[in-house]
Design a binder for this molecule. Structure first.
Ligand code: ACO
Length: 429
């Protein structure tokens, strides 16, 4: 049997044979289907990219029905269990393979050389209001980096791209921590490059009087695992934004700022904040049935539930749920855990959720851990953006190197008025 699709256009009676590759047909193959020569040709319509592959990628694989997530072929559970550091996984995403000892050392050194920010960045951040949302500060500051490194616009030069990758991965924790310290009115803490990526981040967040900050090993490990789990997730909203902005060949700082803005939305990376606000609002187990009733009546959504791709338990949520207990051993149990467990129990038994295959996603439990570790709620999306920067950059570079890609520019179906004559202001109704 040939790998083709035969389509008959009943408007003209013509038949077309279209190749199938990777179980996919090319939308451009439809363009030849015309009623007459003046016809533009047929397009495909797919709002929200529900069934459109916009790239061929070798970075992350997801099987949403089976609950599988792999970075470069490695199951997320194995990476979470065995990786010695977040930077090892970032290397994997950006290079395609796990590093050997020498490669990891070099990679780490290159990133650590770029953890500090220009003093003017600090001044720039000081200009934000005391109550500025840390994610707003983060996005604006990432964007401002492009003005400090104008050479970054040479995106087709591999050595220029590499340097910006070091800079971005190195600086995002510093900028994130400065945003937090700003909101607390506390002095900024400079990076300690003797510490791990996660350990140094905790240092810049929480160091107060001590000469040398020593992160708690369990919390440092938990944050490393959370960073690994959030590092990439193929063509999600923010990654698609990164690719789309990057396709215009703008520098990666500007593209990353756009991707981070996409991440901030409550339907995407802002969901972990929304979950905790929802748990706060519910308050006690006795209110759970009432909330579930509202959700089923379409009055609200159960935040942290459902996913465009996973129609099974999100594999990251499973790892996080286990991790939560390890963290609570140190921090004490987050009292909202019981409420979350009760919500999950009732939802997973309910026909509404079962039928729609709505399971807890990565955001359902991550916020509980973040809160127990002392991160404020509005900081949660920033915690997501730090590791996701590695994923965005891997996709950005893959996109730029893909000979099939051009500037991202979708078509539209125009349904507005046809041409009409301009009416002077005094004659309009
Ligand atoms: N609570 C209640 N009902 C839901 C939920 C939810 N969380 N999610 C989906 N549904 C329902 C929809 O109302 C719809 O029902 P219908 O068929 O009766 O109309 C059905 O399930 C299918 O949902 P869609 O909205 O079509 O699914 P989509 O793939 O467009 O949305 C999304 C995915 C945005 C994640 C959605 O599930 C949602 O809003 N969840 C809550 C927010 C959230 O947790 N986001 C984090 C996602 S993970 C991440 O980005 C890191």
């Amino acid at each position: 049997m040939p790998d083709t699709l035969t389509i008959t256009d009943n408007r003209t009676g013509k038949t077309y044979e279209i190749p199938i590759e990777f179980n996919t047909v090319r939308a451009m193959d439809f363009r030849q289907m015309k009623v007459d020569e003046s016809d533009f040709g047929m397009m495909t319509y797919d709002p929200a990219f529900m069934n459109t592959a916009s790239v061929k990628s070798r970075i992350t694989y997801i099987d949403g029905d089976k609950g599988i997530l792999q970075y470069r072929g490695y199951p997320i559970e194995q990476l979470a269990e065995n990786s010695t550091s977040f930077l090892e996984v970032a290397y994997l995403l950006l290079h395609g393979d796990l590093p050997n000892t020498k490669q990891l050392d070099e990679w780490r050194t290159n990133i650590k050389l770029h953890t500090f920010v220009h003093e003017n960045i600090k001044k720039l951040m000081e200009a934000f209001r005391y109550d500025a949302h840390p994610m707003g500060m983060f996005i604006s500051t990432i964007s401002a980096l492009s003005t400090f490194y104008p050479e970054a616009k040479d995106v087709l030069k591999p050595e220029v791209r590499r340097k910006q990758i070091y800079r971005l991965i190195g600086k995002v924790p510093t900028i994130a921590a400065f945003a937090y310290r700003h909101s607390k009115g506390m002095p900024y803490v400079y990076p300690d490059n003797e510490l791990t990526y996660a350990g140094n981040f905790l240092n810049m967040m929480f160091k107060i009087g001590e000469t040398r900050y020593k992160p708690h090993p369990v919390l440092e490990h938990a944050l490393t695992v959370l960073f690994i789990l959030h590092a990439d997730h193929e063509q999600n909203c923010s990654t698609n934004t990164m690719r789309s902005i990057g396709s215009s060949h703008i520098d990666p700082f500007s593209a990353c700022a756009g991707a981070a803005a996409a991440l901030w939305g409550p339907l995407h990376g802002g969901a972990n904040e929304a979950v905790l606000r929802m748990l706060d609002e519910i308050g006690s187990k006795s209110k759970v049935p009432e909330i579930i009733k509202d959700v089923k009546e379409g009055k609200r959504k159960l935040m942290g539930f459902g996913h465009r791709v996973y129609k099974n338990y999100d594999p990251r949520a499973k790892v996080i749920k286990k991790l939560a207990y390890e963290v609570f051993e140190v921090t004490g149990k987050n009292p909202k855990l019981d409420l979350a467990l009760e919500l999950e129990r009732i939802a997973l038994e309910d026909d509404y959720f079962v039928k729609r295959k709505l399971y807890p996603n990565v955001d359902f439990y991550s916020g509980l851990i973040y809160e127990a570790m002392g991160f404020p709620m509005d900081f949660f999306p920033v915690l997501f953006a730090i590791p996701r920067t590695a994923g965005w950059l891997a996709h950005w570079e893959e996109h730029l190197m893909d000979p099939e890609q051009k500037i991202a520019r979708p078509r539209q179906i125009y349904l507005g008025p046809t041409e009409r004559k301009w009416i002077p202001l005094d004659q309009r109704k």
